[in-house]
Design a protein around this ligand. Structure first.
Ligand code: IVH
Length: 711
């Protein structure tokens, strides 16, 4: 998260600030000597009235971008650009202190408050960190602070900041940073994050600070099943915390790293940050990996090691945090209005390069979402050649003033999707996304809660083609030889018009082999691929249909909870009180149930399913291989925590299933046993609440032994 944005103030605060600005301009401030102001910034050569104009403009712009970033989760400029603006405002305020607005965005920690949540007054101010923009600047700070002291050097996690309040060992509140003084109480959402314990093993009162994040892999999987709706893991993580329905949050693969804690009780006292973090780890909270304690003089070498590792950590990080380790020295150094003097954030260079926009086209996704893309002169960025960069939507294009011919700076957001971040030199006039679908010409629609334009036509060729591409993709039905190009060709040449037609392609083998680029070999690879896809488990068939909200996670949940065939799902959905039985499944919320009802009462969907069924696709989950003896028969097990003898822990669940039991990924009243190991979080509380038997690893081993089961 860009530090400067942490220092934003609420967008809604803008009018008040403007008022102050007016008053000040009436005062006609005198010129301030730079020396007197305490900073000598040779870039500031402005008259007070010029400075005032720039300061007011920057305040307004910074507030706007803070709002875009935190509240809407839709940044329209790069972090770097934002930080530059923020710095410029800080410099101007230093040079012209009389012109500083008391509500300047540089003074407050800012706000991501949302009217839909209860407010919670933080027990301690939730401060931000001062940024350093180069290693030189960081070393300078260390030099001034104490080069001989020990510093904790840790990953700066790029997620959503959160405070966890535990009273006597029980999670009482999970609260967003908000204004730093008051945050949104998102406890219900926080409770769904598996790595956050609901109850600690010690009855201790502790306030923890951490970052809710998502690994790149989880993000990619989730984003794929949500039709690629999210720009990066950070956006998805912070958006998730603000969901109104916690069962929707439960479906998102959120995790947490905690990086600071305060124990208000006098009985718990520490000398250093590392002692605090040791205690935090003992309390079973995940902490950022790789953290090291280094002397100030050795910081550069340590930074080099972190940089080398950056690509392989698997979670989003935008730099490092350097914290003085000794707590009494920290206390002596104190705080500025919004950040501690004993720590600095050190941001890695943003990976950005300049290129020219040579064209703009659009992708119409399988859901109908229209995404404009800039075709750029090829550049190499973070290990790949980039020729296209997303422009997100019309708001984004307008904000940046993007047109063909513009020289732009392109980044890889969250190191995944290349995006145009800034315009260096404007091109032709600002580009307008056409109001009709570029694929089928249907008038596009805007949907509530979305800045995107959508093609509403389910038969739109691009939507259908992308649906077939999704169906055949590796993570879904995994049809070898059938990639984007092949699907486009087959569709355009009328060999197929929907996914069920793939299974009739065999009949057209001869004419297909006549087509350019479709030799005997490639045709037989495709046909074999199609044939093999008939062996894919039902869970893949279900999630590959591309039905709204029915991605891999929902498919798995349905199957796990007894909806093991297409028929059973259709029956459940078509029953009058369908919502109730489906809603009982933990992780399935009202919006998913509504989507299921909508899909499975649609004649077209039912017909498609029937055709796929007659083609031989699996419409039922495979019977699980079972042992002759079935000691776990009738039992429903869930697992949480880590285990010495079962790594990964799924190995324990495989045994349960092989010997007759069922496994589920979340606890409900039907669950009979919870296998709980160290680190088991909220599931233990849920199990206690529902009277589910909690089984330790030792007890589980004992049961296996008793039944003569070897593992
Ligand atoms: S320490 C008083 N440590 O970065 C300062 N913050 O730009 C407490 N962040 O608002 C923060 N990783 O949300 C700290 N290892 C880490 C961090 C970290 C990410 C976030 C945090 C903070 C922002 C500052």
């Amino acid at each position: 998260m860009p530090k400067a944005k942490d220092s934003k103030s609420k967008a809604k605060g803008a009018p008040a600030a403007k008022k102050t600005a007016k008053k000040k301009s009436e005062k006609k401030p005198e010129a301030v000597s730079l020396e007197r102001a305490g900073t000598v910034n040779d870039k500031i050569d402005l008259s007070p009235s010029e400075a005032e104009k720039e300061i007011r403009a920057l305040e307004k712009e910074i507030r706007h971008h803070q709002y875009q970033y935190y509240v809407k989760n839709l940044p329209t400029i790069s972090d770097l650009k934002f930080d530059q603006m923020f710095r410029r405002l800080q410099d101007l305020e230093k040079a012209f202190p009389d012109l500083m607005d008391p509500a300047s965005p540089t003074l407050s920690v800012g706000s991501d408050l949302d009217k839909d949540f209860q407010k919670f007054t933080h027990r301690l101010p939730v401060l931000s960190l001062e940024n350093t923009y180069s290693e030189e600047e960081l070393l300078d700070w260390i030099q001034k602070t104490d080069p001989e002291a020990l510093y904790s050097l840790e990953w700066k996690i790029d997620g959503a900041s959160i405070m966890l309040y535990y009273e006597n060992g029980i999670l009482s509140n999970g609260v967003t940073r908000g204004t730093g003084g008051v945050g949104d109480d998102v406890t219900d959402n926080i409770r769904t994050i598996r790595s956050i314990p609901l109850r600690l093993e010690e009855s201790v009162t502790v306030y923890l600070r951490g970052e809710v994040y998502m690994t790149y892999k989880d993000f990619e999987d989730f984003n794929e099943s949500s039709e690629g709706r999210y720009a990066n893991p950070r956006n998805l993580s912070s958006g998730s915390l603000k969901q109104k329905n916690s069962s929707d949050v439960a479906k998102r693969p959120l995790r947490i790293f905690t990086y600071d804690a305060f124990f208000p009780e006098a009985k718990v006292r520490f000398q250093t940050h590392s002692e605090i973090m040791k205690k935090v780890e003992e309390l079973k909270f995940p902490v950022p990996p790789d953290t090291v304690l280094v002397k100030g003089t050795q910081i550069s070498e340590a930074i080099r090691k972190f940089k080398k590792k950056k690509e392989s950590v698997g979670f989003p990080t935008d730099g490092l945090v350097v914290k003085l380790n000794d707590l009494s020295t920290r206390q002596a150094l104190g705080y500025t209005s919004h950040s501690p003097r004993w720590a600095r954030a050190f941001k890695f260079d943003a990976m950005m390069k300049e290129s020219k926009i040579v064209g703009i086209d659009y992708a119409v996704g399988r859901t109908g979402k229209i995404t404009p893309r800039a075709e750029i002169e090829p550049i190499s960025l973070a290990g790949t050649t980039v020729t296209f960069a997303t422009l997100h939507n019309q708001d984004y294009i307008n904000e940046l003033g993007i047109g063909i011919g513009a020289i732009v700076r392109v980044s890889k957001r969250g190191e995944i999707i290349p995006a145009v971040e800034e315009v260096v030199t404007p091109g032709e006039k600002v580009f307008q996304i056409p109001r009709s679908c570029p694929s089928c010409g249907t008038k596009t629609e805007k949907r509530e809660d979305s800045v995107d334009a959508f093609c509403p036509n389910p038969d739109c060729p691009d939507r259908v083609k992308n649906g077939i591409i999704f169906f055949s993709s590796r993570k879904q039905m995994d049809i070898e030889g059938l990639g984007e190009k092949q699907v486009e060709f087959l569709y355009d040449k009328k060999y197929i018009k929907d996914i069920a037609d793939l299974y009739e392609l065999q009949k057209k083998k001869d004419s297909l082999m006549e087509e350019e680029g479709f030799g005997e070999k490639s045709v037989s690879i495709i046909l074999n691929g199609i044939e093999n896809s008939k062996k894919k488990d039902f869970k893949f068939v279900l999630s590959s249909l591309g039905l709204r909200e029915v991605g891999p996670k929902v498919s798995e949940l349905l199957i796990e909870h007894g909806y093991e065939s297409m028929d059973s799902i259709i029956k459940a959905v078509q029953k009058e009180n369908s919502a109730e039985s489906l809603m009982e499944i933990p992780g399935i919320g009202p919006s998913t149930v509504a989507a299921l009802v909508e899909s499975f009462t649609d004649k077209k969907v039912i017909k498609l399913v029937e055709r796929l069924k007659s083609a031989g696709l699996k419409m039922k989950a495979d019977p699980i291989q079972k042992a002759d003896k079935q000691p776990f028969l009738g039992q429903i097990w869930c697992v949480s925590g880590s285990f010495e003898n079962f790594q990964p822990r799924e190995k324990a669940m495989d045994l349960v299933v092989y010997y007759g039991g069922r496994k589920v990924s979340s606890i409900s009243s039907k669950t009979t046993h919870l296998l709980a190991g160290p680190g088991a979080g909220s599931k233990v509380d849920k199990a206690k609440e529902l009277g589910v038997a909690i089984v330790s690893e030792e007890e589980f081993l004992e049961t296996l032994k008793k039944n003569g089961i070897k593992y």
